[in-house]
Design a protein around this ligand. Structure first.
Ligand SMILES: Nc1ncnc2c1ncn2[C@@H]1O[C@H](COP(=O)(O)OP(=O)(O)O)[C@@H](O)[C@H]1O
Ligand SMILES: [Mg+2]
Length: 287
């Protein structure tokens, strides 16, 4: 294990009930990286985050997070669970929700310190919702609620931020601003970020790598390798192609969504690997 590794899996396996969800996971996620966890529904992406938080025991192997066994460094991890932005009590104000990230319980809300309030304020400023502090969540759009959820996860000054499908159910503009916040956290604060995502399109400009769940095994690959057409096709169980537009941008497009001329501007995975253009992708499969 290298000091620069944030998360290290060694022959790790997880079971839920009687069933092994995935196994033989051996890979390392570097500190300072932005990594997607990809895979079709039910392959164990949420399960992976829960294992990293020590909430699910491993059935085999080891899992180290921030240098310690999974679960022991959770005070340095910010976690935004799947669907959290829509599940959270919408009678709370944005500020109260963010303070939950510090107090852990809404009953502590009237006993918060000045320092905690300042910390919450800082987190809200970072995600661009400081002016919404006194609004109830029920008054905020899905995109703003997502930013409240991220601010809550940031309140503990995490070294590692984990978000489970933060872009699901957001409109395009809100997806963009969420990605912008993640980019800023990574670039300005050096935070390691891990994101479960179905659609890599939005995240590609900031991704350094991806963990992909395939055939019951997790694998890690740097971004260049993830953009391999064969891998994406296998991963999504549907034909996925890496396409270059006349502007030089690349798209990864499931064939059914691509009504235009299929043969034009297409490149083999090898050719793509040699290109260094700004990258986009669209791999929406199970939505
Ligand atoms: N609480 C649970 N008990 C037993 N099996 C579960 C539980 N939660 C999820 N599973 C199973 O574990 C598998 C992986 O689930 P999950 O990690 O939520 O997948 P993903 O996030 O990739 O959609 C699924 O097949 C699911 O049915
Ligand atoms: Mg999930």
């Amino acid at each position: 294990m290298s000091k620069s590794d944030c998360i290290v899996f060694r022959d790790a396996a997880v079971r839920r009930g009687e069933r092994i969800i995935w196994q033989h996971g051996t890979f390392s996620i570097p500190s300072g990286s932005v990594t997607a966890i990809v895979g079709t529904n039910g392959t164990g992406k949420t399960t992976m985050m829960k294992a990293e938080l020590g909430l699910l025991p491993l059935a085999a192997g080891t899992l180290t997070v921030l240098g310690k066994p999974a679960g022991s460094m959770n005070h340095q991890i910010g976690y935004v669970p799947q669907s959290y932005a829509s599940d959270i009590d919408s009678n709370l104000t944005a500020e109260q929700s963010v303070l939950l990230g510090l107090t852990g319980t809404r009953f502590g809300i009237h006993m918060i310190t000045k320092a905690q309030r300042a910390k919450a304020r800082e987190a809200m400023e970072f995600t661009g919702i400081a002016d919404k502090a006194k609004y109830r969540l029920s008054e905020l759009s899905g995109g703003l609620r997502q930013r409240v959820a991220i601010a809550q996860a940031l309140a503990c000054d995490p070294k590692l931020l984990m978000l489970d499908e933060p872009l699901a159910n957001l409109d395009l503009a809100s997806q963009r601003s969420t990605v912008h916040v993640l980019a800023k956290l990574n670039q300005e604060l050096g935070m390691t970020i891990q994101v479960v995502a179905h659609d890599l399109n939005m995240l590609l400009p900031i991704l350094t790598g991806a963990v992909y769940l395939l055939d019951g095994h997790p694998h890690y690959a740097d971004m260049g390798k993830v953009l391999d057409s064969d891998l994406l096709t296998h991963l999504y169980g549907t034909q996925v192609q890496v396409v270059t537009t006349p502007q030089g941008d690349m798209f990864v497009t499931p064939t059914p969504d691509e009504p235009r001329n299929q043969t034009q501007d297409m490149h083999s995975a090898d050719e793509v690997a040699q290109m260094h253009h700004h990258v986009h992708a669209s791999t929406s499969s199970d939505r």
